[in-house]
Design a binder for this molecule. Structure first.
Ligand SMILES: C[S@@+](CC[C@H](N)C(=O)[O-])C[C@H]1O[C@@H](n2cnc3c(N)ncnc32)[C@H](O)[C@@H]1O
Length: 217
């Protein structure tokens, strides 16, 4: 499960020299840690700020997020939307829907974000949009499937970002010692490396982010 791969002192130092969370994100971070199972899933300040920066650089008209959880990364990504832009976010867990909406309102982004509840593989084909940016952060076994499902919905020049691609560092362990999810992440990284239609960089931030830019159809 998601860990910080950097030594704690370096991670704290990086957070210290990163812009403070907005009030809405700080409250959401706190409430998630106090009340919700598996708060380690939340992107957090360092990764969240990076997501926001990436989105601000791209200024996407439309974003797809796969894996909402409590809405932290959705808010970060939505902050970079072009004027009138929209973010679609999908999660299988309906229990967190109201909490997410409460924080989307606190962040002033409720009109820019649509929540979809259900299995991502069933919902993606029904969102009839082109996505300038896709963030994959859900069940690890299906990353390869989500990549294939969104590829034609991303224009040339668009981006596909995936979280947890280092899977707590397990991707470099001997094959026999890797968990099923680490193997899935390694397979995803290999798939990206072999795909000549994209440029890519694996950023060793938090649990590893694979940033892909589509260069041909
Ligand atoms: C790591 S969390 C997302 C964290 C969030 N993006 C953030 O950074 O704050 C993964 C989420 O994926 C959701 N999920 C798992 N399997 C899914 C599926 N098949 N379809 C849609 N969502 C799924 C889980 O319910 C969970 O909320």
């Amino acid at each position: 499960m998601t860990q910080v791969l950097l030594p704690a002192a370096i991670d704290n130092y990086a957070e210290t020299y990163t812009t403070a969370e907005s009030e809405a994100l700080a409250q959401l971070n706190r409430e998630t840690h106090l009340k919700i199972e598996l708060p380690v899933m939340l992107s957090g300040k360092l990764q969240g700020t990076l997501l926001q920066m990436i989105s601000c650089m791209i200024k996407p008209r439309c974003v797809l997020e796969i894996g909402t959880y409590t809405g932290y990364s959705a808010i970060c990504l939505a902050k970079g939307l072009a004027q009138g832009g929209h973010l679609h976010t999908i999660d299988i867990n309906e229990e967190l829907q109201d909490m997410c909406f409460r924080y989307f309102c606190k962040a002033g982004l409720e009109n820019n974000i649509t929540q979809h509840i259900g299995k991502a593989a069933e919902i993606i084909p029904n969102i009839n949009e082109q996505f300038d940016l896709v963030f994959i952060d859900a069940d690890k076994q299906n990353y390869h499937l989500y990549y294939d499902m969104v590829f034609d919905k991303v224009p040339v020049g668009g981006f596909i970002l995936a979280d947890n691609v280092l899977y707590n560092g397990e991707v470099v362990w001997p094959d026999a010692e890797q968990s099923k999810n680490a193997k899935a992440m390694h397979a995803y990284n290999e798939k990206i490396k072999a795909d000549k239609r994209v440029e890519h960089i694996l950023l060793p931030v938090r649990d590893g982010l694979m940033l892909v830019r589509k260069i041909e159809n």
